[in-house]
Ligand binder design. Structure first.
Ligand SMILES: C[S@@+](CC[C@H](N)C(=O)[O-])C[C@H]1O[C@@H](n2cnc3c(N)ncnc32)[C@H](O)[C@@H]1O
Length: 275
């Protein structure tokens, strides 16, 4: 069976369909086949980009950090277990939080996990030294409101790091329809628009890095994984549920081509609460 846009659960198919903030993305990343392909790493650049992003914050040991849109907890676990930070992790998806809780428990780590919408953060004012949002910011329906919430929960001088998709122009129509809702491209903007939003919310820009090479690496890894899963499926092992590998490969190639033209980029923003 081929994938079509209808194969991807959108807001209308999720339990949280009423929430303004729920994106197709949440339901998309809950699917088993997506986890099989991504292995619980739902952002380009994986662990090495997370390490670079956090290193640029120059946080002291045991600093408090909130991971917004934490998915199944991959980065949150890294932050707590290897970078010695006090982590609070938030995601809107019940399924993701359930999986994150299992992983945190089996790793024997202490961490606060909260299922919540980042538009209303369940945290006190000035609670955190830092906030991290990896591959999630562009999914938030009211980014100004989320930035105001981040501002509220950060201590003055606190750090905000965002890694996300960016575009340098409109996507081809068919690509926008197919990829945007579930690849953090839905509301990705160009670098300058991001900067305007951050500054308007009271953040100063410390560093911007072009991390687009991580998109190429991610595509390569996904293609290899797809090949292995297809081979496994042919041999009667683990199957790829309901997806046509050729169809996925086609869209990966289209995506790669637009990374090469510079239309699709991946950026890291290290920001500081200026107030
Ligand atoms: C592309 S995944 C990134 C997950 C994780 N940050 C990572 O890099 O592995 C996007 C995540 O954002 C979450 N998300 C989307 N909108 C949200 C919202 N309004 N509040 C909280 N989480 C949200 C989704 O459920 C999903 O787990």
């Amino acid at each position: 069976m081929s994938i079509s846009p209808e194969s991807f659960p959108g807001p209308a198919h999720t339990a949280q369909a009423e929430s303004v903030a729920v994106s197709c993305c949440s339901a998309f990343y809950e699917q088993d086949w997506v986890r099989q392909l991504a292995e619980d790493i739902f952002h380009p650049g994986g662990e090495s980009l997370t390490r670079r992003t956090v290193a640029a914050m120059k946080l002291p040991e045991h600093a408090s950090i909130a991971d917004l849109g934490c998915g199944t907890g991959t980065s949150a676990i890294l932050l707590a277990s290897q970078l010695n930070l006090q982590v609070s992790a938030v995601d809107i998806s019940a399924a993701n939080m359930e999986r994150a809780a299992e992983r945190v428990e089996s790793a024997g780590i202490a961490m606060r996990l909260v299922q919540a919408d980042v538009h209303d953060l369940p945290f006190s004012d000035r609670e955190f030294d830092a906030v991290l949002a990896e591959c999630t910011f562009s999914l938030f329906s009211d980014q100004a409101r989320v930035l105001a919430e981040i501002h509220r929960v950060l201590k003055p001088g606190g750090q905000l790091a965002i890694t996300d998709m960016a575009t340098s122009g409109p996507l081809p129509g068919d690509m926008a329809d197919m990829l945007a809702p579930w690849t953090c491209l839905a509301d990705a903007t160009d670098q300058e628009t991001y900067i305007e939003k951050f500054k308007a919310a009271g953040f100063s820009v410390q560093e911007i890095a072009d991390e687009s090479e991580s998109l190429n690496q991610m595509i390569l890894v996904l293609k290899r994984k797809l090949l292995l899963l297809s081979a496994g499926s042919l041999m009667g092992g683990n199957s790829l549920p309901d997806i046509d590998p050729d169809f996925v490969r086609y869209w990966l190639n289209r995506f790669k081509a637009e990374v090469e033209t510079g239309l699709i980029r991946y950026l890291r923003f290290n920001l500081q609460y200026a107030g």
